[in-house]
Design a protein around this ligand. Structure first.
Ligand SMILES: C[S@@+](CC[C@H](N)C(=O)[O-])C[C@H]1O[C@@H](n2cnc3c(N)ncnc32)[C@H](O)[C@@H]1O
Length: 205
């Protein structure tokens, strides 16, 4: 797990990002969620409950909600789990929680993480995938999104961040009868390193 000091500096960096950057991230995220939902032909029948794992800046809270509302064409309930809630200005739908521990709530239709895994050591990555899967309702989906820096350790990966090996993670959780697969595609992003996309995907049967 990364230190509090590193996280504080990460939050400051994200808070300083201009609106154009945030708008591009929003478009990138939406294209990814849309692609996964279309690929799975996923149509939740009941009220959609989404758990988002980590948000680096307050602006992403409403962005995540808007994306899921628009993709599912219905109101959604979003809870964000983050180690820290202060940088998210203690918003009402944020729960301080370490995702390497079992989630405090379950029954989610969707669990979504975007570039979270690089904040975790390889064994913590397995714990997070496991906990996310167990928090799903039957028929729910968990999508963990990673890009080239996490996959290949390219220049954008900070020295304190960890590589992600999706096949190795799938093998590890398969030992616990958690079966997932990978989806690989190009997101719609203006930023080179956000384009190549790998989604570690689980559907709860
Ligand atoms: C989801 S990631 C998003 C990173 C960003 N989008 C990027 O591309 O670099 C960052 C967030 O995850 C949170 N986080 C890191 N480790 C966590 C953990 N073990 N449990 C919960 N949240 C965590 C951090 O506090 C931060 O707000």
């Amino acid at each position: 797990m990364v230190t509090k000091e590193i996280l504080q500096s990460h939050y400051r960096e994200y808070a300083a990002q201009p609106e154009e950057w945030v708008a591009n991230m929003a478009a990138t995220k939406k294209s990814i969620v849309k692609c996964v939902v279309e690929e799975l032909n996923y149509h939740p029948r009941e009220k959609v409950r989404v758990a988002v794992l980590g948000a680096s800046d307050k602006r992403y809270l409403s962005i995540h909600e808007k994306i899921f509302c628009e993709v599912f064409c219905q109101p959604v309930e979003v809870v964000t789990y983050d180690l820290d809630s202060k940088h998210l200005k203690d918003a009402g739908n944020v729960v301080e929680h370490d995702v390497t521990e079992p989630f405090p709530q379950t029954g989610f239709s969707v669990v979504f993480s975007h570039e979270l895994l690089k904040f975790l050591t390889p064994s913590e990555q397995v714990q997070a995938l496991r906990n996310a899967y167990h928090a799903l309702q039957t028929g729910g989906i968990a999508m963990h999104v990673v890009h080239a820096p996490s996959l290949y350790g390219t220049a954008e990966l900070r020295e304190w961040q960890y590589r992600v090996d999706p096949n190795h993670l799938l093998e590890n959780v398969a030992n616990e009868a958690i079966s997932g697969r990978l989806l690989r595609f190009e997101s719609e992003s203006n930023v080179d390193w956000l384009r190549e996309t790998c989604v570690i995907l689980f559907e709860k049967r």
